[in-house]
Design a protein around this ligand. Structure first.
Ligand code: ADP
Ligand code: MG
Length: 398
């Protein structure tokens, strides 16, 4: 789960990371009021969307009066901000953060990520802050400083000092950088984050180190341990299909194709998507309904898949190990009686009680297309989608 910049700043400041003074606003009037309340002469108004690259896209504006703040936020509210990280559809702006403008001397990139090859948290830093890390690694790779943290002992002070020296931080500020690094590390581990990024971390004209931007991503599977973090979720920033799935406890990723997939098990779901592609089609989603595959879950899955208007055929691929095909078949039949599905449905069942399952599907009277192997299922799904089947092969459940 991603959170907004202002939320990440609040989280990190609780761990000792210094941030500029700032306040959140839900309307242009409130933004102007916040600036007056805060005082000062220059402010930066920042669109709160779950994406970086806002500065270049017009989502970060320097303002010198409350009138100017009101005018420039009127331009932002309700609009979609399109940055190189949002995709062409952009992300809606419903909140802005008004922050005191800071005199910047130097910008530094700082990131904490999970390095899968060393199975450690890795710190990535560069003196070339303000640029995206991908651009830094393409144009100035020699400026990147890396350090991995040994989990048994945690992030050590000497490692932080070493990073400070490699970044050329002046002696008087080294301790401040150490505190910032250790604060980020503690926030990362204690809150089960998967990414913390401060870009830029700045050294100000008056010699302070401040996080001017902040991004945090959390491990969805650990959110139950951190209710104060799960509360920060903002569904307006998520793919609505994925938000609905998460609410229903289904593991779903929306894609751009036309063949909806309902599968039990993540590995089988991946294999199903691959096979659809091999057969010349494009999957509309990844969906793992989990081991249980109860009739209720199958019905939820159909509702979710059918809520995507691009779906022109649905492929159900269930392997019953501990589960039973007859039970799953009943689930499919029940789901199709409850959910309006007006596209061809292809069902492939394998495993325990497969013949009983097939019998239930055959006797249901529903015009399902049945398949035995995964290849056959994918080919029939692609065929059904391509040949614009006539009404008789479409399932209409009331
Ligand atoms: P994004 O990464 O989405 O473009 P940032 O928060 O990094 O957004 O802001 C973009 C740039 O705007 C920063 O690199 C920095 O130069 C400038 N900026 C952001 N916040 C402030 C601030 N409070 N004071 C001065 N400059 C700022
Ligand atoms: Mg940034």
């Amino acid at each position: 789960m991603d959170i907004h910049e202002y939320q990440a700043k609040e989280v990190l400041s609780n761990f000792g990371v210094a941030i500029p003074q700032g306040a959140l606003a839900y309307s242009p009037e409130q933004a102007a009021y916040r600036a007056r309340e805060m005082g000062g002469e220059r402010w930066v108004v920042k669109a709160q969307v779950h994406a970086g690259g806002r500065g270049k896209a017009g989502g970060v504006k320097v303002c010198e009066s409350d009138v100017e703040i009101q005018e420039c936020t009127e331009e932002m509210f309700g609009k979609k901000l399109v940055t190189h990280q949002t995709g062409p559809e952009g992300k809606g702006i419903y909140r802005v953060y008004v922050e005191a403008a800071v005199p910047i001397d130097r910008e530094i990139y700082l990131g904490f990520v999970l390095d899968r090859s060393s199975q450690r948290i890795m710190i990535v830093a560069s003196g070339e802050g303000g640029m995206e890390i991908e651009d830094i690694s393409a144009t100035r790779p020699e400026t990147i400083v890396r350090a991995t943290v040994e989990p048994a002992v945690g992030l050590q002070e000497f490692q932080c000092r070493e990073i400070a020296f490699k970044l050329g931080i002046e002696a008087g500020l080294v301790q401040h950088l150490v505190r910032t690094l250790q604060g980020c590390y503690r926030a990362f581990t204690e809150l089960d984050a998967t990414m913390v990024e401060i870009n830029p971390l700045v050294i100000t004209g008056d010699n302070r180190i401040l996080a001017l931007d902040a991004k945090m991503t959390f491990d969805d599977n650990a959110l139950f341990r951190h209710p104060q973090i799960s509360e920060l979720r903002d569904k307006s920033q998520e793919d609505p299909r994925e938000a609905r799935a998460a609410d229903r406890g289904l593991s779903y990723v929306g894609l751009d194709g036309n063949i909806g997939c309902i599968v039990n098990g993540a590995g089988l779901a991946m294999a199903t998507m691959d096979t659809i592609k091999l057969a010349g089609g494009e999957p509309a989603n990844f969906l793992d309904i989990g081991g249980g595959a109860t009739p209720e879950r199958v019905a939820k899955a159909f509702r979710l898949v059918m809520s995507d208007k691009n779906v022109q055929a649905v492929l159900v691929n269930i392997f019953a190990g501990i589960n039973r095909c007859d039970w799953v078949a009943e689930g499919v039949v029940q789901a199709l009686r409850e959910v309006q599905v007006d596209v061809p449905v292809i069902v492939r069942l394998a495993g325990t009680n497969v013949s009983e399952g097939q019998k239930i599907l055959a006797q249901s009277g529903l015009p399902l297309i049945r398949a035995t192997t995964l290849n056959e299922a994918a080919e029939r799904a692609v065929g059904a989608w391509q040949s614009d089947l006539n009404q008789s092969t479409k399932v209409r459940a009331s």
